[in-house]
Design a protein around this ligand. Structure first.
Ligand SMILES: [Fe+2]
Length: 451
């Protein structure tokens, strides 16, 4: 995940600043000075640092590398890769060995795709939104305005997550077969990441701020630029809609259903009465209970959605609804449908490497086998290939009220405008860089997380 280097990160920069670094145009840069000028960007994966040797499957490897970039007039240029503590590799232009550089890039790509699949995709969209897909029908009546606004965005989420439990996380699943961390370690990582990320961090606006990737620091950023258009359109939609039902902050505070919804999301599962969970009757033989998955589970003691508190104002409710619709629609589309382009060609983003950085290996030894390649291609092809139900579609969002239907129509019109804006941007992107960014075209965004 790329972010701008902050001034507080001077100590790590000083450890790297013992040698000069050269850019493609021949200029030499000073790291400390470049950070002060807000020109340094870093891709790092601190959560992967927690993985111990015993957390990795035998013969497979993923580390926690750091890739440093310099923002020049041409865009981001790689400066160095810290493959592991004490091992820094530079591109050939800075005197590095070309083979070492290729290997170093693979360590970064594998960490990146591991982080992307387990956390950015699975944890921060599929699993985080599951909390809302469950709490909404449990706490809000079907004719509640918030239920009607949000529920179409949860269609088939529980079904795909249940399928993911087998296909990805199961004993014979893709994580165990293709990725470096063991299934248990992957689950541990997902759990820790889930607990550490508070609800506010899922907001696109907060994410841009936290990562320091505002336009004044990096002018070209297709995900950010297209996502902001969608965020704004969704915010307009939720504002118009919710204002119809909540004339004041007081009206929000006085809604008992909203209070119950927020309370359930902010509370840990283990604070609920046992009767709310499946119970096997006493007379059922033990092995049947186990086979049916009805054995008592240890319930999490952290909030269902960390950082989710009381809702006290209309604006807060609007922000919550915007965040949820954005995550179920555009955010999931951006991280899901890009998998084919970036991950199906295995040497670009191997789901595991087969040698550690301290052992010099040929590319053939480092990369997955043909059988693993096929598994990775099959998985990412199918995850990126199924589009169902377009964002804002009247077939999926069926409001009864005429006023609500008008608001939906306005949203649909804004999406049509965004479609042509992004198409125009893509034409320029192809001219500038040869690469377009099609993932946030509204016509490519499903209404819910269903794959
Ligand atoms: Fe997905």
């Amino acid at each position: 995940m790329i972010r701008r280097v902050q001034s507080a990160e001077q100590p790590i920069l000083q450890t790297w600043a013992t040698q000069p670094y050269q850019l493609a145009d021949g200029r030499t840069i000073n790291l400390i000075q470049s950070a002060v000028e807000n020109r340094l960007f870093v891709a790092d994966y601190p959560l992967l640092q927690d993985l111990k040797v015993t957390d990795l499957q035998l013969g497979r490897y993923v580390g926690s590398p750091v890739a440093l970039f310099y923002r020049s007039e041409q865009g981001l240029e790689p400066v160095l890769i810290q493959v592991e503590k004490g091992k820094v590799v530079t591109p050939a232009i800075s005197g590095g060995n070309a083979d070492d550089w290729t290997r170093a890039k693979l360590y970064v790509q594998t960490a990146d795709v591991t982080y992307h699949e387990l956390l950015t995709h699975l944890c921060y969209t599929h699993l985080a939104m599951e909390a809302f897909a469950i709490a909404t029908p449990r706490q809000l009546p079907r004719n509640h305005p918030l239920y009607r606004l949000l529920y179409p965005h949860f269609q088939f989420l529980l079904a795909i997550n249940t399928r993911g439990n087998t296909v990805l996380l199961g004993e014979e699943g893709a994580i165990g077969k293709l990725m470096a961390p063991t299934r248990e370690a992957s689950l541990g990582l997902i759990n820790r990441a889930y607990r550490q990320r508070s609800f506010a961090e899922y907001s696109l606006l907060n994410d841009i701020k936290r990562r320091g990737i505002e336009p004044e620091f990096i002018s070209e950023f297709p995900y950010r630029d297209d996502a902001l258009l969608l965020w704004e359109a969704i915010a307009n939609y939720t504002t118009r809609y919710l204002q119809r039902y909540y004339p004041s902050d007081q009206a929000v505070q006085q809604d008992p259903y909203l209070r119950a919804w927020a309370a359930e999301l902010g509370a840990p599962l283990d604070s609920r009465p046992k009767s709310e969970f499946p119970q096997a009757p006493d007379w059922l033989p033990k092995e049947w209970v186990l086979a049916a998955g009805l054995e008592p589970q240890e319930l999490p003691s952290y909030p269902r959605m960390p950082g989710f508190g009381e809702i006290t104002s209309l604006q807060q409710l609007i922000d919550i609804a915007t965040l949820i619709i954005f995550t179920c629609g555009p955010q999931h589309a951006a991280v899901n449908f890009s998998q084919f382009d970036y991950v199906t060609y295995v040497p670009n983003a191997p789901l595991a490497l087969y040698s550690r950085p301290d052992a010099p290996a040929t590319l053939e030894e480092l990369l997955p086998s043909t059988k693993q390649d096929l598994g990775q291609m099959q998985l990412t092809f199918s995850l990126s290939g199924i589009y169902w139900g377009q964002l804002g579609s009247s077939e999926l969002i069926q409001f009864v009220e005429q006023g609500d239907r008008q608001i939906l129509k306005q949203f649909q019109n804004e999406l049509v405008e965004i479609e042509s804006k992004i198409k125009a941007r893509n034409r320029l992107r192809v001219v500038d860089t040869g690469i377009e960014y099609p993932y946030l075209l509204p016509s490519h965004i499903p209404n819910s997380i269903n794959i």
